[in-house]
Design a protein around this ligand. Structure first.
Ligand SMILES: [Cu+2]
Length: 97
């Protein structure tokens, strides 16, 4: 069974740089600000429609409402940048190795 490491990315904690192992997950949650986020692969608020990565984060990504959480598992090595078009300063750099 794969070990799951929980990383919480909560606005305004915008610029975390978690390092995880292949098969681990990022736990997306925002228990503080009470605002909606849209999370996708991309940078500075722009989704990169051609970026490859975990399915929930590709394309337009996914919405996370206040009180919701979502775990996203990373199954391939690489460096992934995740951003929020609603809050372009939110850039999460995830290293998977
Ligand atoms: Cu946001």
């Amino acid at each position: 069974m794969l070990r799951q490491t929980k990383w919480t990315w909560a606005y305004p904690l915008c610029s975390a740089q978690p390092e995880i192992t292949v098969g681990e997950s990022i736990h997306f949650a925002d228990e503080q600000s009470g605002v909606t986020h849209l999370l996708c692969l991309g940078k500075n608020g722009t989704c990169d429609m051609s970026a490859k990565g975990p399915q929930p984060l590709t394309g337009q990504g996914f919405t996370i409402q206040p009180g919701q959480t979502q775990d996203v598992q990373f199954d391939e090595e690489g460096v992934y940048v995740i951003t929020c078009p609603i809050h372009p300063s939110m850039n999460l750099l995830v290293t998977v190795q």
